[in-house]
Ligand binder design. Sequence first.
Ligand code: SF4
Length: 299
Amino acid sequence: MDRKVKIVVQFSGGKDSQACLIKACNDYGSENITAVFCDTGWEHEETYDHVHKIAEMLGVNLVILRNSKVDGMVGLCTRMKWFPDTSNRMCTVKLKVEPMIDWVLSQEEHLIIIQGIRAKESAERALYDVECSYFRDYFNNEYKGKLYRKRDVKKWCETHDASVLRPIFKWTGQEVIDYILANGQRPNSLYLKGASRVGCFPCIFARLNEIKIVARDEKYRQRVINLENTINSLRDKGNEASFFNKGKIPKRFCLINDNGAPTFSEVADYVLREESQPSLFGNDEPELSCMSLYHGLCE
Ligand code: SF4
């Protein structure tokens, strides 16, 4: 059977995927483009607005994926009675990777999947290929565990091809912004508020400088506090769960939890306190992000 090819852009609402989406429309025609957005239920309202607005402006088909078995970030953390962290990236797996795999497997066409990954983002990303197979890392067991829907993936791959293209791989951040502006659009407004990347608000990997923007916004600050309270109401005293790991801020600022892990309030107070004491922390925190199979899903 001759299959058509569908061109898909993984659209996170961040600037890199926006540039890819514009470029795909310029290169292939917007009527041929499908933008796929994985909704964690934990994004900022401005990101949701931006995703819809850009898709509408470009006239592309927008597909929004949610994991129907998990009620977004809040449902996932509540079910785990814990928060994802570097050793347990369940948020990306359950809220982005698995819904994306489900969607890919539901497609009749071959797929070209465009990802907004740039080499200059990090030394790790610089090692990625400009083109590869979508399931290459999956079969290399980047999942580090039981492969999700392994039999279905193998079967689908027998008759379909899914290739990844990273057309802005060599671009600088400035080139990305310039391209967006030159095409009559604006990047997500969160960048103007100081965000260096957008996506979950906040992301479990957010650096102290990035947390400031959440800390300043009472609505979103309270959202994290409420989630911590909900989860800790299900846990024993002395074994509290925190959105950010132990060690996120100096121990002397972590006074509430018996186990020494900072509450989100403590982290938020700490980052805002730094604004009047600029030397309190530097920019030497490791930049953590999702792994290669996940790239393009989380900015
Ligand atoms: S953006 Fe961060 S918190 Fe959200 S799914 Fe990705 S890694 Fe998890």
